[in-house]
Design a protein around this ligand. Structure first.
Ligand code: EPZ
Length: 414
C-alpha cells in the first residue's frame, strides 16, 4: 500500500498554484456525453478519479483522452447505454453519467453507486428528480435502469440541496422539452461551473449559483472548450497548512469568493489573510485561537474542509466544537488524530476538540480523501515522523499534494 513519511517541524512558506476542481471536472466530463462533436476541458487536474471517468466515457463510446491538463472528447457516434460495473463502483461520481445518458439516448443502465467510508450516499434525490422529468427507473440486480421516451420539463423540489442530484437533474433537463425549475438547488461553485459548460454548449439556464435554477430544454448541445473551475478545497487545504506550520503561503489561480467560509474561520483563528483578484495569502502572526466549525451546504462551511480544519483545532488555543451536518460518518480522521496526541471527544454527533501544546508523529491510515489531507497536515505540525498509509485515497482527489507541500518547504518522503 503506498504510503508517505512526513517529518514535522518545518515552517511552510512560498507560493503555489491551485489545480482545477475534482468536483467540477467529474460532472463536466459526464456532460460531454450530451454534447455533439468535439469538447475540450482545460485546467484538468491529474487525478485517479479523472482517469476513471475518462475510462467510463470511452466505455460508453465517446473518445476521450487526457494530455497535459487537457481532456479532449470526440462524441461522434451514438453513445452506449450501459455504464460498466467495475467503473461505477470504483468511483460513485460515475453516477453523473446517468442524467446525460438518458437525456441523450432515452435509456441508461448504471450500476448503483456504492456507499463509501463517509456515508451510505443514497441516490433517492437523483431518482425523485428524474421521475419529475418523466424518467422512469427500475432498480434490480444492483443496476438502475432509466427510461424516458422524452424528458418533459417540470418543477423539481430537492428535499436536500444535493450537489450531484442538482447536476444530474440539470443535465437531463437541458435536453428536455419545456421548462424545468429546480427548487432548493445546490449552490456550490462546481454546480455553477457545470451549468456554464452546458450554457456554452447551447443550453438555456438561469439562476446558476442560486437555489432556484430554471432550465429551458433545447434539442441539441454542441461540444466546445471550457476551463475547469479552480479547486477551492485544495486551495483551502494549502492555506490551512500555513496555519498548521506557523508559515506564510500564497495560493494562486483561485476564485477567492469561493473560499469565503474558510477565510472567515482562518481570520477568526488569528491568521492574517490577504485577498487579491486570483490569489489568497495566509500568514501566521501569532497564537491561533480555537474556532467552532459547523458544515452546511454552500455558501456555508464546506464539509470537504471539515477534516482539515479539525486538524488545525487540535493545536489551537482553546476548545472547538466541530459539527458535521452533511455526511453521517465523517469523523474517522478523529480516531487517527488521537493517535498523534490530539484531545478529541465525540459526543452526540459533534467533536469537541481541545488544543494540545504538541503533537507526536505516529503511524496513521487514510480512510477517505479529505481525512488523508488532514493527517498529512497534522504530520507537518507534529514532532518526529508520521507515516501515512492509504495514499491511494489521496491520489484520487489531490493533484500531487505532497509535491506542492514540498515546494513550500515540507519534508515529505514518498
Ligand atoms: C459532492 O458529493 C462532492 N463530490 C463531495 O465531495 C461533497 O462532499 C458533497 O458534494 C457535498 O458538498 C463530487 O462532487 C464528486 P450530495 P455528492 O449529494 O453530490 C445526501 C470530496 O471529498 N443525499 O450533496 O454525492 C448524502 O447522503 C467529496 O471531494 C441523499 O440523501 O453530495 C449526503 O448526506 C466527498 N440522497 C448529502 O445528501 C441523494 O440522492 C450531501 O450529498 C443524494 C445525496
Amino acid at each position: 500500500m503506498p504510503r508517505l513519511k512526513v517529518i514535522g517541524g518545518n515552517v511552510l512558506t512560498g507560493e503555489v498554484a491551485a489545480s482545477g476542481a475534482k468536483n467540477a471536472v467529474l460532472p463536466l466530463l459526464a456532460a460531454t456525453l450530451m454534447m455533439d462533436g468535439h469538447s475540450t476541458l482545460t485546467n484538468v487536474p491529474n487525478l485517479m478519479d479523472v482517469n476513471i471517468m475518462i475510462k467510463m466515457l470511452n466505455a460508453l463510446g465517446v473518445r476521450a483522452e487526457y494530455h497535459r491538463g487537457h481532456v479532449k472528447v470526440a462524441n461522434l457516434k451514438k453513445v452506449r447505454h450501459i455504464a460498466p460495473y467495475e467503473l461505477v463502483t470504483a468511483m460513485r461520481a460515475s453516477f453523473f453519467v446517468a442524467g446525460p445518458l438518458v437525456a441523450k439516448t432515452g435509456y441508461a443502465k448504471v450500476p448503483l453507486p456504492g456507499g463509501c467510508s463517509i456515508g451510505s450516499r443514497p441516490i433517492d434525490i437523483h431518482l425523485k428528480g428524474f421521475e419529475c422529468l418523466g424518467i422512469t427507473h427500475k432498480i434490480e440486480h444492483g443496476f438502475v435502469e432509466l427510461r424516458a421516451k422524452k424528458i418533459i420539463g417540470n418543477t423539481v423540489y430537492m428535499d436536500f440541496p444535493s450537489v450531484g442530484a442538482t447536476e444530474n437533474v440539470m443535465m437531463a433537463a437541458s435536453l428536455g422539452e419545456g421548462t424545468t425549475i429546480i427548487e432548493n438547488a445546490a449552490r456550490e461553485p462546481e454546480v455553477w461551473d457545470v451549468g456554464q459548460f452546458l450554457v456554452g454548449a447551447g443550453a438555456r439556464i438561469e439562476g446558476l449559483g442560486t437555489s432556484t435554477i430554471v432550465i429551458e430544454g433545447v434539442p441539441t448541445l454542441q461540444g466546445h472548450e471550457h476551463p475547469t473551475i479552480s479547486d477551492r478545497v485544495e486551495a483551502g487545504t494549502l492555506l490551512i497548512a500555513a496555519a498548521m506550520t506557523k508559515g506564510d503561503i500564497t495560493v494562486t489561480h483561485v476564485v477567492p469568493e469561493h473560499l469565503e467560509p474558510l477565510l472567515q474561520k482562518l481570520k477568526a483563528s488569528g491568521m492574517e489573510i490577504t485577498v487579491n483578484e486570483t490569489s489568497i495569502r495566509a500568514r501566521y502572526v501569532g497564537v491561533l485561537k480555537a474556532v467552532d466549525i459547523e458544515t452546511q451546504p454552500f455558501p456555508g462551511f464546506p464539509t470537504d474542509m471539515q477534516a482539515q480544519m479539525m486538524a488545525l483545532q487540535i493545536i489551537a488555543d482553546g476548545t472547538s466544537v466541530v459539527t458535521e451536518n452533511i455526511f453521517e460518518n465523517r469523523f474517522m480522521h478523529a480516531h487517527e488524530l488521537l493517535r498523534m496526541g490530539a484531545n478529541i471527544r465525540i459526543h452526540n454527533g459533534a467533536a469537541y476538540v481541545t488544543g494540545v501544546p504538541r503533537l507526536s508523529g505516529a503511524e496513521v491510515k487514510i480512510t477517505d480523501l479529505r481525512a488523508g489531507a488532514a493527517l498529512i497536515l497534522a504530520g507537518l505540525a507534529a514532532e518526529g515522523e508520521t507515516i501515512v498509509h492509504g495514499l491511494q485515497h489521496l491520489r484520487r482527489g489531490y493533484d500531487d499534494f505532497p509535491g506542492k507541500l514540498r515546494t513550500l518547504g515540507a519534508h515529505i518522503i514518498e
